[in-house]
Design a protein around this ligand. Structure first.
Ligand code: GTP
Ligand code: MG
Length: 198
């Protein structure tokens, strides 16, 4: 039985670690730049249209939004980074909050770092990857919006990201998907299942 066909429900929004729910279930979080498709990915994985709120305006997700899947685990939709219109001080504060969460949430099993398949990872993306690796976090990189590219271009993006990781001496699973066509979503579910089971 798939872990993803059961009941999915919104639990709570948190603005800092202390506001997160009791750490009673393993959890997977979704991180990445604003507008790359984190919330859409959650919807695709749980096969619901609008459990996580999405928008074509960057900066939609402003808090850490918790969803519970059956009695099995939590998904955490994190606010995106790199959105220019957010004031500098606000961005700093968020960076600290998210880092504190990622470093101290004992039940966190996997960070899903979403990167737009059409664009080379930015400096912020690369810094984040390096930070996760040096802090020995478990993460994977998912390339979103693959439906907007030819298969060839998707393969190219994947090998570019692979090369960037190799230059930093980092290994992590890399996978492309489309929340629109659902191509690759099953593979994403499989990765999550593996990390949850560990
Ligand atoms: P923030 O909450 O602002 O950090 O953004 P987010 O990363 O949660 O992005 P969101 O899921 O809201 O998606 C942003 C836009 O990209 C929306 O207009 C989505 O419809 C679109 N989008 C997301 N995933 C895909 C995809 O796989 N394919 C296509 N074509 N569009 C997508
Ligand atoms: Mg969002």
């Amino acid at each position: 039985m798939s872990l993803f066909n059961g009941k999915a429900a919104f639990v709570t929004s948190a603005t800092k670690l202390e506001e997160c729910p009791e750490p009673i279930l393993p959890e997977v979080c979704f991180a990445g730049r604003s507008n790359v498709g984190k919330s859409s990915l959650i919807n695709a994985i749980v096969n619901r249209k609008n459990i996580a709120r999405t928008s074509n305006v960057p900066g939609k997700t402003q808090q850490m939004n918790y969803y519970q899947l059956g009695s099995d685990f939590f998904f955490v939709d994190l606010p995106g980074y790199g959105y220019a219109k957010v004031p500098h001080r606000e961005r700093e504060r968020w960076g600290r909050t998210i880092r504190e969460y990622l470093l101290n949430r004992d039940t966190l099993r996997l960070i899903i770092h979403v990167v737009d398949a059409r664009h080379k990872p930015t400096t912020l993306d690369q810094d984040f990857i390096y930070w996760m690796a040096t802090n020995e976090m478990r993460f994977c990189i998912l390339l979103s919006k693959a439906d907007k590219l030819s298969n060839n271009k998707v393969a190219q993006s994947k090998s570019e990201v692979k090369k960037i990781l190799a230059e930093m001496n980092i290994e992590a699973p890399i996978l492309a998907y489309s929340a629109e066509s659902r191509k690759g979503i099953e593979e994403v579910q499989n990765i999550i299942t593996e990390f949850i089971k560990e």
